[in-house]
Design a protein around this ligand. Structure first.
Ligand code: IMP
Length: 423
């Protein structure tokens, strides 16, 4: 398919990095459309685990051009560090990276005020990367974009104006006092020069690529339930993480998208605060966390663990218009005697339809559970559907039926080869 979107169907950390890496083998272009270095996409490359924060996960395939669209927020020194880190591993990134001039910048003051805000009663449990405040400035039209870096005097002035506003709003934040636009410009001078040759008209490039019949992968970060509009607000990130954000975040029209692939774990995890009806008691979560190495790739925080939430998955299928599901980390469930799922919700003792995504409405729901017998056999070696234990197939086929979405791929381990493609 010429233009495919890969989107998280849960609260992020579904294993999109590995799937984008796999699909990138056939992609000419891979573009991130939203989010910033709050993402942590893990990919195993030549036996080594690489965590990508801003660079698209297609970068491990030498033929793929990697783009950061207008919908992304960029922390410039971190981007440069990440690219140089990849180059030090022998990957040639430089000629392949393109950054939209319309992408917004994360400034040090965004991180400083976020750290302060997270100490207060409205804490979200963010990744601490300044994401929300960068997007806040974008929406308020007080943000700085990549293109502003190349008009130094104006850039320094705008940073100062931004700082003034934040100092008035957050008089207690010490870190805002000592800094200035001129200081930031001096600190970033080398990185700005480094970035200049990597600026690209992402929208025009992708448009041309599709017109020439080349293949494009639009890589989502976070997940549907962290989407600013459709997630468990306010415990969400600040961008359009769901599939509709993809064309917007790279400058394509919605008709450009041919296929939407949703990635879900065989269970659920979440980091940060907010309701999580499918959450397990801590004793059980500890077992799953250990088996699945469920610690944040960006922050190292232990992830909250739970069973698969079917109403949430159905909701993700609807909101994203999923054509296909990829189920990851099936192997993590291999040792469980019983596999539980949330099959529906009740409110005040009565079953309810659908998934109430707003945090307050979701908090009022009680999960309805269903159990499947565990397969208690290793699945890591499976490569064809028939190789999977019957009970694992029953579980997957139930997910497929109930979510109304075909499963195209099942991942059974971290390595590239550890996957089962559906015939
Ligand atoms: P922010 O995106 O750093 O503002 O964090 C907002 C919420 O999204 C918090 O609950 C974070 O834990 C969560 N979040 C942000 N990025 C990711 C991610 O890549 N994976 C999982 N959760 C994330």
């Amino acid at each position: 398919m010429p233009c495919t979107v890969v989107v998280g169907a849960q609260w992020g950390d579904e294993g999109k990095g590995k799937i984008v890496d796999a699909l990138s083998a056939r992609a000419d272009f891979v573009a991130r459309y939203q989010g910033g270095p709050n993402a942590g996409h893990s990919v195993v490359h030549r036996g080594r685990r690489i965590v990508l924060h801003l660079v698209p996960s297609g970068v491990l395939h030498p033929g793929a051009r990697c783009l950061l669209g207008n919908g992304v927020v960029i922390d410039l020194p971190r981007l440069r560090e990440e690219v140089e880190g990849l180059e030090s591993l022998g990957l040639d990134v430089s000629g392949r990276l393109g950054v939209s001039p319309g992408a917004h910048l994360i400034l040090p003051q965004h991180r400083a005020v976020e750290a302060h805000a997270e100490l207060g009663p409205g804490a979200i449990g963010t990744t601490g990367r300044g994401i929300g405040f960068a997007y806040r400035d974008k929406a308020a039209r007080t943000g700085l974009r990549v293109e502003d870096l190349f008009e130094p005097a104006r850039f320094a002035e705008q940073v100062d104006r931004n700082l003034d506003r934040l100092r008035r709003e957050f008089p207690g934040v010490e870190a805002l006092r000592a800094t200035s636009g001129a200081g930031l410009l001096a600190e970033w001078r080398d990185a700005i020069a480094w970035l200049e040759s990597r600026i690209a008209d992402v929208s025009a490039e992708l448009h041309r690529a599709l017109a020439e019949g080349r293949s494009v992968l639009l890589e989502g970060a976070q997940g549907t339930l962290l989407d600013l509009d459709h997630g468990t607000y306010p415990f969400v990130t600040s961008s359009a993480a769901s599939a509709a954000g993809a064309p917007l975040g790279v400058g394509l029209g919605p008709r450009a998208v041919d296929r939407v692939v949703g990635v879900t774990k065989a269970y659920t995890t979440r980091v940060g605060l907010g309701p999580f009806p499918a959450e397990m008691p801590e004793a059980e979560a500890a077992k799953l966390r250990a088996a699945g190495e469920e610690y944040g790739s960006t922050t190292g925080r232990p992830r909250r663990c739970g069973w698969l939430d079917l109403p949430a998955l159905r909701y993700a299928a609807r909101v994203n218009g999923l054509d296909e599901l990829v189920v990851t980390k099936l192997d993590v469930l291999d040792s469980f005697e019983e596999i539980r799922v949330v099959s529906g919700y009740e409110r005040e003792g009565r079953p309810i339809e659908g998934f109430p995504a707003g945090a307050r409405a979701l908090e009022r729901c009680r999960p309805v559970w269903r159990a499947f017998p565990g397969w208690r056999e290793p699945t890591a070696g499976a490569r064809r559907w028939q190789d999977l234990p019957l009970r694992a197939r029953d579980y997957l086929e139930w997910i497929e039926r109930e979510s109304g979405t075909r499963i195209g791929l099942v991942s059974v381990g971290a390595g590239r080869e550890a996957q089962v493609t559906r015939d």
